[in-house]
Write a protein that binds this ligand. Structure first.
Ligand code: NAD
Length: 350
């Protein structure tokens, strides 16, 4: 773990043991990792997930099976866009904190099935805010995305950059979440923290993401489509960095005003980038996967995909200042762990 300042050390002493944390999207990639970590710290976890079939639900079931070994964990199948469903589970569990990760993810799929994004990311997010308003918690952390920066060429991306030109409907719904959160923080004095995740990867990851697809193609001897002739850079973030940052943030909620409606919105709604601060070209990512698998990629150059952006790059200084965040895991190390996990999961020989 990275070094934290003296104040953070004090905050961390409080720990999460004995707290109740509601995690939406707990069967998802990030949600399952986070839940595992919270349980290790002694928190009680209620996970909610619809187990939708955007990608193989058996992977979601397998992630959850590992969680359910723990006596302090329950996972309930719920669609949180269903009006009132989340509020019911929330009021019964009485969480101290909520981490909202459930969403329809994926940039490209938002061109094919826009209504899935409207439902999960807009209607679903409103349910989350309404439940928080009815049953206050000491902090609600929610996942936004680096995609809100659109095709911005001002790098690295900072939280106060203009973000009014999303390149996809997915990005637009994530930006809408930030704006909705801002109004609820302001109107109802809710302590909210939005996190702009930058391309998260790691064991138990998502089959719709490039690193997984490339690893699959390598093993199957299929060709890999390299978009924009490899001129695509991503700030890849190892999943443990995200989990560590969320655990730290949970220990230091945003400042709340004494009276609802009188809060300075910036004080109760925080927004942070979470990235690795190191953009890597897609070709280099494929080189690493070749090394780790010992297989040679069949690369085919194809044009840029609509909705995709050329480069992402997180400035993480705000998160560093707030909780001492300092990414530890290089892409080479993280992909090594992913490939090892991938082979075990698919029972491939080493
Ligand atoms: P994921 O798809 O693995 O997890 C999301 C989970 O939410 C899934 O298990 C899904 O079944 C569930 N879900 C979807 N709609 C639901 C609904 N209406 N009710 C209940 N559950 C529902 O994705 P992930 O990679 O773990 O992403 C977690 C969050 O981080 C998402 O909000 C995503 O948009 C955001 N994010 C992820 C990345 C990344 O690179 N992984 C990058 C930026 C932002």
């Amino acid at each position: 773990t990275s070094a934290a300042g003296p104040d953070q050390d004090q905050d961390q002493d409080r720990g999460l043991a004995g707290t109740r944390v509601l995690v939406t999207g707990a069967a998802g990639f990030v949600g399952a990792h986070l839940s595992q970590r919270l349980l290790l710290e002694g928190a009680e976890v209620l996970g909610l997930d619809s187990f939708n079939s955007y990608y193989d639900p058996s992977l979601k079931r397998a992630r959850v099976a590992a969680l359910l070994d723990h006596p302090l964990c329950r996972v309930v199948e719920t669609d949180l866009a269903e009006p009132g469903a989340l509020a019911k589970a929330w009021s019964a569990f009485r969480p101290d904190h909520v981490v909202h990760l459930a969403a329809q993810a994926g940039v490209r799929y938002s061109l094919r099935d826009p209504r899935a994004y409207e439902r999960a990311n807009l209607a679903g997010f409103l349910e989350v805010l309404e439940a928080a308003r009815a049953h206050p918690v000491s902090q609600l952390i929610y996942a936004s995305s680096s995609s809100v920066y659109g095709a911005s060429t001002r790098v690295p991306f900072r939280e106060d950059d203009p973000v009014d030109r999303p390149s996809s409907l997915y990005a637009a719904t994530k930006r809408a979440n930030e704006l909705m959160a801002h109004t609820y923080a302001h109107l109802f004095n809710l302590p909210l923290t939005g996190l702009r995740f930058f391309t998260v990867y790691g064991p138990w990851g998502r089959p719709d993401m490039a690193y997984w697809g490339f690893t699959e193609a390598l093993h199957a001897g299929r060709e890999i489509q390299v978009f924009n002739h490899g001129q695509v850079w991503r700030d890849y973030t190892y999943v443990d960095e995200i989990v560590e940052a969320i655990a730290r943030l949970l220990r230091c909620p945003p400042q709340r005003a004494d009276e609802p409606g009188r809060v300075v919105p910036e004080a109760s709604h925080r927004l942070f980038n979470i990235g690795n601060d190191t953009p890597v070209a897609v070709g280099e990512m494929i080189d690493i996967l070749e090394r780790e698998t010992g297989l040679q990629a069949l690369r085919r150059n194809v044009p840029m995909q609509p909705g995709d952006v050329v480069r992402t790059w997180a400035d993480v200084s705000a998160l560093r200042a707030a909780v001492g965040f300092a990414p530890q895991v290089s892409l080479a190390t993280g992909l090594q762990r992913f490939v090892q996990w991938y082979r075990e999961y698919h029972r491939l020989s080493p």
